[in-house]
Ligand binder design. Sequence first.
Ligand code: GDP
Ligand code: MN
Length: 379
Amino acid sequence: MNLHEYQARDLLKAAGIPLSDGDVAVTPTEAEAIARRVGGTVVVKAQVHVGGRGKAGGVKLARNPAEAAEYASQILGMTIKGLVVNKVLVVPAAEIATESYVGLILDRATQKPVFMVSDAGGVDIEEVAAKTPEKITRLAVDPRYGLLPHQALKLALALYRDWDQARAAMKIMHQLYTVFMTNGCSLAEINPLVTTPDGKVLALDAKIIIDDNELDRRPDLAVLRDESAEEPSEVTARRANLTFIKLDGNVGCVVNGAGLAMATMDLVKYYGGEPANFLDIGGSSNPEKVVNALKIITADTSVKVILFNIFGGITRTDDVAQGIVTATQQFKVKVPIVIRLTGTNEKEAFRILESVGMTVLNDMDAAVSQAVALAKAAA
Ligand code: GDP
Ligand code: MN
């Protein structure tokens, strides 16, 4: 689950990380009132779940309350990378001497939280990573011992030569690590961490992603979910108990099991296609789930073909077949459907689908390559 910057700031503040005051507004008038209260130059910032807001025109410096209202009216309602801005954060503007990057992610390769820091911070850390990877210092933390003082020092010294600033940064590393570990984060990031001309170290941006699995035991975090800011298809899928991630390709995939879903996406790529989504209908799939899955996928107009890849273990393939037939009777599916089924009750599944004139395949390679060819022909 992505948090908004203003929500992430609250978690960082609670841990003691230095951040400016400020508040969120949903109207220009509210933004103006916050700017008046804060005083001086403020920054008006779009609250959306993507980075690069600065470059997209979603971060603006306003010299007075009237200007804050003006910028808020421009930013509220604008679309950044497909997401509509419903809220803006208004904070006092800091003067910037240097901009650094501090990130902490859960790294699957080392199975540890890994810090990444760089004194080339600000915008576009991805570009720094691609072009000048030597400017990024990486450090894996053993969760049994936590972040050790000498590790925090190493990170801090990668950013600052000044001892006072390095000490301040060390403290921030420890605080960020605490936030990460106590809130089930998969990412916690400050970009930029700035120094001001008078030498202070200050966090100017905050990004946090919380592992969805943390939310059952943390209702205080679960309430931070803002569905109005999420991909609508992902919200619908979550409500229907489907694991769904929207992607940019045109081959819609309906698969049971996360592993098979990953393997299917790999195979789509192998045959030169691009998956439109990751979708796991889960174990005991009732026909209802299949109907919901098809509704979500067909709502995406970039989908040119739908590929079913079902391995029947606990999942009964005849349930899935019934779901496909029910769905196509309920609403018109305008794109071709390629179906691969194997396993539990497959004879019955084949009978159900063939009785309505649908073709079924047994072989995964054959199904995936056919789906990719159909997508290419339609693109
Ligand atoms: P992002 O582009 O979505 O990561 O949004 P950020 O919050 O990181 O803002 C982008 C850029 O705007 C920063 O890297 C800064 O250069 C600038 N910026 C943000 N806050 C301030 C501020 O308080 N003062 C000044 N001078 N610039 C700011
Ligand atoms: Mn940023």
